[in-house]
Design a protein around this ligand. Structure first.
Ligand code: E4P
Length: 221
């Protein structure tokens, strides 16, 4: 399972990139709006910073306008992926874009039925939003598992990109369900590396090591 960062913040990308595990990036209009910078320049910077696919979302609402905007977003960089919303207009535009070989990510997906539509238009990614389903009392992980099972059974090529992940358990469960990608905010990415026993263990190793160095210097050994 590839690990993507869900952000439009360049500092966060640079931090995680140093770990060598960043597989790609997802962004959305809310995340881009938070950055308060020139949109096109910022999108180019995001694509330049990430060695992997970068999802850039369309904001138009009719099929023709989404299609035209999708063509423009695809031109931002060679690693750009065009995000379209799971609406009749979104999938209609997404199909036209996918037919032209443009990678498409169908976002705001909340059910297996919607995920089947995403696969049928030839999308590269489908993005089920787990956390937002949990927020309304549904079971996001159950929906993800169903999508993965259907895709496996049908032999669909569309990759399942588990989105709206809120904590490390979401990431673990997405991996167990067979998701191809997990995208998460910086706060969740940084939680993946943390464990209190790692901190305690490292502190003990270093203090024993430093004690030995001191004793060697003093000629104790
Ligand atoms: C993914 O592409 C979305 O940008 C993201 O996962 C949404 O997450 P949220 O529900 O935490 O806003």
């Amino acid at each position: 399972m590839k690990l993507f960062l869900d952000t439009a913040n360049l500092e966060e990308i640079r931090e995680i990139k140093k770990w060598g595990v960043l597989g790609g990036l997802t962004s959305n209009p809310t995340l881009i709006a938070r950055e308060h910078s020139d949109i096109e320049t910022h999108m180019k910077a995001l694509c330049a910073e990430v060695d992997g696919p970068v999802s850039l979302e369309t904001t138009e609402e009719t099929a023709d306008a989404i299609y035209e905007q999708g063509l423009q977003l695809a031109q931002v960089a060679s690693n750009a992926v065009v995000k379209v919303a799971m609406t009749p207009d979104g999938i209609s535009a997404g199909k036209r874009l996918a037919d032209q070989g443009i990678p498409v990510n169908v976002t705001l997906t909340f059910s297996p039925a919607q995920a089947i539509l995403a696969a049928e238009i030839g999308a590269t990614y489908v993005s089920p939003f787990l956390g937002r389903l949990d927020d309304v009392g549904a079971d996001g992980m159950y929906v993800l598992r169903e999508i993965c099972e259907i895709y496996e059974m049908q032999g669909y090529d569309t990759l399942v990109l588990a989105a709206s992940l809120r904590h490390p358990m979401h990431v673990i469960e997405a991996a167990k369900a067979g998701a191809d990608v997990a995208t998460m905010p910086y706060s969740v990415f940084t939680q993946l590396v943390k464990h209190p026993l790692t901190d305690v263990g490292l502190e003990k190793f270093l203090s024993d090591w430093n004690k030995l160095q001191k004793e060697l210097k003093e000629g104790v050994h």
